[in-house]
Design a protein around this ligand. Structure first.
Ligand code: DLL
Length: 429
């Protein structure tokens, strides 16, 4: 079903007219209300009134994670805090998270955008939708939640974890739609089998998966284990959260809600926009956000855009599945992790040498992270009890600062590789 036919099937000319009007308003608002953007526009000699066509977007400055870090926590908000009704956060590149805010109207916009993507995946008021994202600062759960309610689905906010209970709820409540990361969907299917429940015999029909990259082949595996249709949906906190783009049942890419987000693909090195069909870094400009609008936000995600009208009738540009990243961000059990964040945690712990190795084990359904560190021989006494205490304290710090559970392994001093050039600190097992 098409949730918002007027906007999802708009002809290009009307869409571009709408986008241009919204872009002008956005730049005006940013210029008036957010000093960071005013300075960035002034530095390029651009005034809001200079925007005459969508092409003018090319001249605008980019925004990146560093800008968010420098303006932490509220510096990029375009409304006073008393108009903000919700905060969410995702990983920053160092110790502090990236904070995003929503006005009441933003929550309404988000709800509509999610209603579009869940309808694209075929979810209706007849469905029982189990949301297995963790409810909290992560945008996944709350984001999907309201849009699912909007289409009238029966929402089961079971949150992440507690696998046995998830399976019991699925059986007892007759869940038909599973909302989670793709890796959690695989893990749940395995766990169900281990608990003596055959996933294919449950009532599930469809899954909406996102929050991390997954391949077509992983999708086929999820589909065959659960006996469902697996659909992909994409988003990021800085832009709104989930709801930026979603796959319809044609399975031919993810429709971007272009009346709310201007999408570009750029060459990450030259920063030049690339034509449709070429692989590059996705860049989004929010056209309607009030509390936390962004201008040309560099996602670091690599993808290709396709402007062809889809067989489903929607006219929006589609992005392919995310093909990789331009940086070294990892996603461990749905949590974004930058090696630089781990580094800053490690460096704050006494007794640890400034060398580490991250090993990402992708063999099971859920990624595992092992952090190998060397005890600092000048501080460390060598007793076994001290060693255990140090390991435990590193593990606790990583858990409390980054919300990730990692295995911590202390290795012999001076055994981790030192190189004169770029050190290789991430390995995949
Ligand atoms: O992961 C928003 C989201 C939640 C989307 C639930 C879909 C479902 P962040 O925590 O800010 O927001 O992480 C954003 O996750 O830049 C991508 O690298 C990655 N990502 C999100 N969805 C997908 C996807 C949420 N479908 C970052 N495919 C993004 C590949 C994805 N990568």
């Amino acid at each position: 079903m098409i949730w918002d036919r007027e906007h999802e099937c708009m002809d290009r000319e009307s869409l571009e007219k709408l986008q241009l009007g919204r872009l002008k308003q956005l730049v005006e608002r940013l210029y008036q209300r957010v000093p960071h953007y005013r300075h960035a526009l002034d530095a390029r000699g651009i005034l809001p009134k200079d925007i005459r066509s969508l092409e003018d977007l090319r001249r605008m400055p980019f925004t990146g994670k560093d800008d968010l870090r420098q303006n932490y926590p509220y510096g990029l908000f375009a409304v006073p805090l008393d108009e903000v009704v919700r905060l969410h956060a995702s990983s920053g590149t160092t110790g502090k998270p990236t904070v995003v805010g929503y006005t009441w109207r933003d929550i309404g916009t988000w709800t509509e955008l999610i209603a579009r993507i869940v309808s694209q995946a075929g979810v209706t008021s007849a469905d029982v939708a189990q949301v297995c994202f963790s409810y909290g600062l992560f945008t996944g759960a709350f984001g999907l939640h309201y849009g699912l309610e909007k289409v009238g689905a029966t929402v089961v906010p079971s949150s992440a974890g507690n696998t046995d209970k998830q399976i019991m709820l699925m059986e007892d409540f007759g869940t038909t739609a599973l909302i989670s990361t793709p890796s959690y969907a695989l893990y749940l299917a395995e766990a169900a089998r281990e608990a003596g429940v055959e996933p294919r015999e449950l009532n599930l029909k469809v899954g909406l998966f996102g929050g991390e990259p997954w391949t077509e082949s992983m999708g086929r595996q999820i589909e065959s284990m659960w006996g469902i249709k697996a659909t992909d949906n994409y988003g990021l906190s800085e832009v709104i959260g989930p709801g930026v783009a979603g796959e319809c049942l044609e399975g031919a890419g993810l429709h971007i809600s272009e009346d709310h987000f201007l999408a570009e693909v750029i060459d990450p090195d030259t920063e030049e926009p690339l034509p449709y069909g070429e692989k590059g870094e996705l860049v989004f400009t929010t056209l309607t956000k009030e509390a936390f609008p962004v201008l040309r936000y560099r996602t670091r995600d690599l993808a290709i855009l396709d402007p062809e009208v889809c067989a489903c009738g929607r006219t929006s540009v589609r992005m392919c599945k995310v093909m990789g990243r331009t940086d070294d961000m990892l996603i461990i059990r749905g949590v974004n992790v930058f090696p630089s964040q781990i580094e800053s945690v490690l460096m704050s712990i006494r007794g640890i040498a400034p060398h580490y190795l991250l090993i990402v084990d992708t063999r099971g359904p859920l990624n595992q992270l092992e952090v190998q560190v060397e005890p600092d021989p000048t501080v460390f006494t060598g007793s076994f009890r001290d060693l255990e205490a140090l390991e435990a304290s590193v593990r606790r710090r990583l858990q409390s600062v980054l919300s990730i559970s990692a295995r911590v392994k202390l290795v012999e001093p001076k055994t981790l590789e030192r190189t004169a050039g770029k050190s290789k600190r991430i390995q995949t097992a």
